[in-house]
Design a protein around this ligand. Structure first.
Ligand SMILES: O=c1ccn([C@H]2C[C@H](O)[C@@H](COP(=O)(O)OP(=O)(O)OP(=O)(O)O)O2)c(=O)[nH]1
Ligand SMILES: [Mg+2]
Length: 161
């Protein structure tokens, strides 16, 4: 298995990671390749108590991490394509939004859309988090929206092919 990239190769803002006691011994998220967009999140479930997700059921999986995301950024919790392809496991609220002012434990809402039970074991990489810039906007109420060529056409109005 390829080692996760060292921090020194990353140019960008810094996100703080606080490891909670139940994440002790688990590797911190890290980019797994030079161009990776996301860092994998690991399940901080007890070693002796895997979390079983039955077909059609969902579970909130602890990561054991509190993040300190810089203002103006968010964390997006997304599925891992391998788990989705092989087991039908995905993130129900994808992309989950981790706000920069959230100081609770980051959790992953997994849903099993496959037809077999899925056991989430300690340290398993269950999802990935992508950090992205967000823009907060000012709201201005207006009586009319300005005209455009598209107008109100949507939901396939430009054709399907
Ligand atoms: O996949 C996720 C999504 C959210 N959160 C945490 C961080 C986020 O900042 C907070 C609130 O998420 P969101 O705004 O999506 O949920 P809500 O239902 O609107 O809850 P709230 O009323 O607390 O904002 O929950 C996670 O840990 N994982
Ligand atoms: Mg909210």
């Amino acid at each position: 298995m390829r080692a996760a990239l060292q921090n020194s190769s990353v140019i960008g803002p810094t996100v703080g990671f606080v490891r909670l006691p139940h994440a002790e011994g688990l590797p911190l998220p890290a980019y797994e390749s030079a161009g990776a967009a996301g860092m994998d999140l690991r399940a901080a479930v007890p070693d002796d108590r895997p979390l079983l997700i039955l077909p059609g059921k969902r579970a909130l999986v602890p990561t054991g991490l509190i993040l300190e995301i810089p203002e103006g950024m968010e964390g997006q919790v997304r599925p891992r394509s391998g788990l989705a392809f092989k087991h039908g496991l995905t993130v129900l609220n994808s992309p989950g939004t981790v706000d920069s002012d959230y100081r609770g434990e980051v959790k992953v809402l997994l849903v099993n859309l496959g037809d077999e039970d899925f056991a989430v074991t300690r340290g398993m990489r269950i999802a990935q988090i992508v950090f992205a810039a967000v823009t907060q906007v000012a709201v201005e109420e207006r009586s009319l929206a300005g005209g455009t060529a598209r107008g109100s056409g949507g939901f396939g109005s430009t054709g399907t092919a």
